[in-house]
Write a protein that binds this ligand. Structure first.
Ligand code: NAD
Length: 417
């Protein structure tokens, strides 16, 4: 079987970093594989009475800096290697954004768009019951990722407290929950807003005026829709967006508010009337200033990278650019804001949710947004300066900072268990 593109790309980035910083072999070996990985088969009985079987995976890559953190992906083709690669990325992301977590990830091999919300709840509860011993505030704290959302995190939270026979949980078991159940205000928007804060910082460095910016967004779920709405609000022209059904383009700028309303009714972007249809592949190579891949992995490859016209690629998605494509973009002088920095706003606000729940406090939206904005800007500047001082791309700089920090934590912990 071919190795997953996500894992290939994660291992490539680690190897390249290890060579540049002369990482000791013992650290390289240790960081090339997850600390623990689990495969389970779920056998839930759906509301129709039909029993089904679903493959599910958890990877806990590294916990040197704290408990593993990472979302639950629910897609029909997710595999263990994808989950391992994504958990590795989470280790770098949490280290880079400066939260006391390690890297983890889960995957459930099912298409959530083809099931009712009642059946989705049954499946997620079955998953959590099956993996409960691997989930907890000191072990692994899941959150939303592709195919899962706030409502799902609410069900997970309930499943855990119900199994414990309590109303609340002692500490935070899951982030991205509804506010009513201990979630934090602003978490749903945090990843998309974080993407925008890094774009603002990049535009400032590159002398691009946001008001003159033409933006294309691939993927219009949690991350893509929030980023598009924010940029439109700040005065940029969002000229194309897409989802899995296809895209819509309007060179004068799409009305994102109307598009979000339309999506709630229709369920797909491609039949929005105020524009012309555009395919997902044409959207990526559209003449624009900022391109935000915010859908699935491996969208920018050696086959289309040469045709990318954007000046800035802001990786809202995890692993959207293959290593070959990354090198082409670098040679072309495209400014790539790497995923481990660009989309780290979600895990940063998840950390605020974790501390809020531990202390039974409630933060205001103003506080959350201020802290998110400051942290994204700070870390962008750290990575930018490092890249300038060491003549590296933003991705290579971000990887060096993160890998060095994780190895320092491993060293500080000592060598014996
Ligand atoms: P989501 O499920 O809310 O939305 C995904 C969107 O992408 C949908 O519009 C879907 O139709 C579209 N899509 C899926 N496959 C596609 C394809 N092949 N071509 C075009 N469009 C496609 O997911 P999300 O939470 O917005 O996550 C999107 C990406 O951002 C993922 O890579 C995820 O790992 C990453 N990410 C999400 C978060 C978060 O907080 N949700 C945090 C960090 C990174």
């Amino acid at each position: 079987m071919q190795q997953s593109e996500i894992l290939t790309s994660a291992l490539f980035n680690l190897k390249k970093t290890a060579e540049r910083i002369n990482l000791k072999d013992c650290f390289f070996e240790r960081l090339s594989s997850p600390k623990e990985e689990f495969k389970i088969t779920l056998n839930p009985t759906l509301s129709s009475g039909r029993a089904i079987h679903i493959k599910a995976f958890i990877s806990l890559h590294n916990d040197a800096l704290g408990p593993s953190k990472g979302g639950i992906r629910m897609t029909p083709n997710v595999c263990i290697d994808d989950v391992v690669g994504l958990s590795m990325e989470m280790t770098w992301k949490t280290a880079l954004i400066g939260v006391p977590f390690g890297g983890g990830k889960s995957g459930l091999c099912i298409d959530p768009t083809n099931i009712t919300s009642a059946d989705k709840e049954i499946i997620l509860r079955s998953f959590i019951r099956g993996v409960k011993r691997h989930v907890g505030p000191e072990v692994y704290i899941p959150a939303p990722d592709m195919g899962t959302n706030e409502e799902d995190m609410g069900h997970i939270r309930d499943c855990i407290s119900y199994s414990n026979g309590t109303s609340i949980t002692s500490g935070c078991y899951v982030t991205g929950k509804p506010i009513l159940l201990g979630g934090i205000i602003g978490r749903r928007e945090a990843t998309g807003k974080g993407v925008v804060y890094t774009i603002l910082a990049a535009c400032e460095k590159l002398g691009i005026n946001l008001q003159d910016c033409r933006v294309a967004v691939q993927g219009f779920g949690n991350v893509g829709s929030v980023a598009a709405a924010q940029l439109a609000q700040l005065g940029s022209r969002v000229i194309a967006v897409s989802d899995i059904t296809g895209g819509i383009r309007n060179d004068l700028g799409l009305n994102i508010e109307n598009l979000i309303k339309h999506l709630k009714i229709s369920g797909k972007i491609s039949d929005f009337k105020d524009g012309e249809p555009i395919s997902n592949s044409d959207l990526l190579t559209l003449d624009c200033d900022v391109l935000i891949p915010a859908a699935s992995q491996s969208q920018i490859t050696e086959y289309n990278a040469e045709k990318i016209k954007a000046k800035v690629v802001a990786e809202g998605a995890n692993s959207p650019t293959s290593p070959d494509a990354d090198s082409i973009l670098n040679k072309k002088g495209v400014f790539v804001i790497p995923d481990i920095l660009c989309n780290a706003g979600g895990v940063f606000v998840s950390y605020l949710e974790y501390t809020q729940e531990t202390q039974r406090e409630q933060m205001t939206l103003q506080e959350v947004e201020l802290r998110l904005n400051n942290r994204m800007k700070e870390r962008f500047i750290d990575v930018y300066k490092y890249s300038q001082n060491h003549t590296l791309s933003m991705r290579d700089a971000a990887m060096e900072i993160a890998v060095i920090k994780v190895t320092e934590a491993l060293t500080a912990r000592g060598y014996l268990p």
